[in-house]
Design a protein around this ligand. Structure first.
Ligand SMILES: [Zn+2]
Length: 103
C-alpha cells in the first residue's frame, strides 16, 4: 500500500536531540543521520540566507551565535521540516531529501 509514499531513504521515522549540539534523524531505511545544529542553521536554504537567483549564500556565519539551537521543529507536509532557531530565524524549510544529502 505504498501509493504516493516517498522513498524510505527520505522518510524520517524520528527526530531527536541527540546531544546539546546534535540533532539526529532516523530514516525509514534504518539509518540515522546526525547534524551539528549550527551547521544546519548555516545550511538554511531560505530566501533570506541564499540568493534565490544566483544560489549564493547571503548568510554571514559570524551573525549566527555559536550556541544557536532549534527551539521548535514542525513538519511541513510529508516532505520537509521547518525549524525555528534560537536566533529568531524561523523561515528555514529543510526538505528531507536535502537533509539526507547533508547527513
Ligand atoms: Zn534562512
Amino acid at each position: 500500500m505504498s501509493g504516493d509514499a516517498p522513498e524510505d531513504s527520505i522518510t524520517p521515522t524520528g527526530i531527536r536531540q541527540a546531544g546539546p549540539r546534535t540533532l539526529a534523524i532516523a530514516w525509514a531505511d534504518g539509518t540515522e543521520s546526525r547534524y551539528d545544529v549550527r551547521a544546519l542553521r548555516l545550511a538554511c536554504g531560505c530566501a533570506h540566507c541564499v540568493d534565490e537567483w544566483t544560489g549564493e549564500g547571503r548568510l554571514d556565519p559570524s551573525s549566527v551565535p555559536e550556541d544557536v539551537r532549534p527551539v521548535r521543529i514542525d513538519p511541513v507536509g510529508r516532505y520537509a521540516i521547518q525549524i525555528e532557531w534560537s536566533d529568531g530565524h524561523a523561515s528555514g524549510i529543510y526538505p528531507f531529501r536535502r537533509l539526507r544529502e547533508l547527513g
